[in-house]
Design a protein around this ligand. Structure first.
Ligand code: IMP
Length: 189
């Protein structure tokens, strides 16, 4: 079985991605490296920089994933600051900012960067949807306030398998899985 290491401390990301990768014969390992993360408005840049730094540390095939929620009425906020905003004002804070707002469109975006000694590849997944009017369900992060297009449920009301069918991370992971499973064995050592 091919192996790849996901550099993260987020077990939710690990679980969601593992479910897809295992279907492609790819075993995901998780490693939490406490590395410096650059600040940028582009999550592509953050992920690429992080992948390069992580590769210098471990020198084996790895992926990193950076993601964010971009709310149209808030001009793309919290975007690259999603993690910090989730920790500080949380879902209640976002719903307060969106109180009385009719334009509730938002996009979740995930960027995965794969790196080994030969390749440096980026995979992007995006899902449009809207911010709910109240907190619904469980899940992590912004799951309980995001309703993807073509669904009535928030991510927080879905199991991981169902969320993966819609989610930014599910889309990016699938693109990576299709590419990686075709890659020669030399990169899976
Ligand atoms: P980072 O990618 O670790 O910088 O964090 C992105 C942040 O965006 C997370 O900490 C969550 O708050 C939020 N986020 C990203 N993807 C999801 C998701 O699938 N569900 C809920 N929140 C998410």
């Amino acid at each position: 079985m091919k192996k790849v290491t996901l550099i993260t401390g987020n077990t939710n990301k690990f679980k969601e991605m593992s479910l897809i990768l295992i279907e492609y014969g790819i075993e995901l390992e998780m490693l939490d490296l406490d590395l410096f993360e650059i600040q940028s408005e582009k999550i592509e840049e953050i992920a690429l920089n992080y992948a390069r730094n992580a590769y210098k540390e471990i020198r084996k095939p790895l992926i990193v994933e950076d993601s964010g929620l971009f709310i149209k009425a808030l001009n793309g906020f919290p975007g690259p600051y999603s993690s910090y905003v989730n920790k500080t004002i949380g879902n209640e804070g976002i719903l307060r900012l969106m109180y009385d707002e009719k334009e509730r469109t938002a996009t979740f975006k995930a960027v995965i960067v794969y790196k080994d000694d030969k390749f440096e590849e980026t995979f992007v997944g995006e899902i449009k949807g809207e911010i709910s009017r109240e907190i619904r369900g469980n899940g992590w992060g912004f799951d309980p306030i995001f309703i993807p297009n073509n669904s009535k449920k928030t991510f927080g009301e879905m199991q991981s398998e169902e969320k993966n069918k819609y989610s930014h991370r599910g889309i990016a992971t699938l693109k990576f899985a299709q590419w990686y499973s075709k890659l020669g064995n030399q990169s899976s050592l």
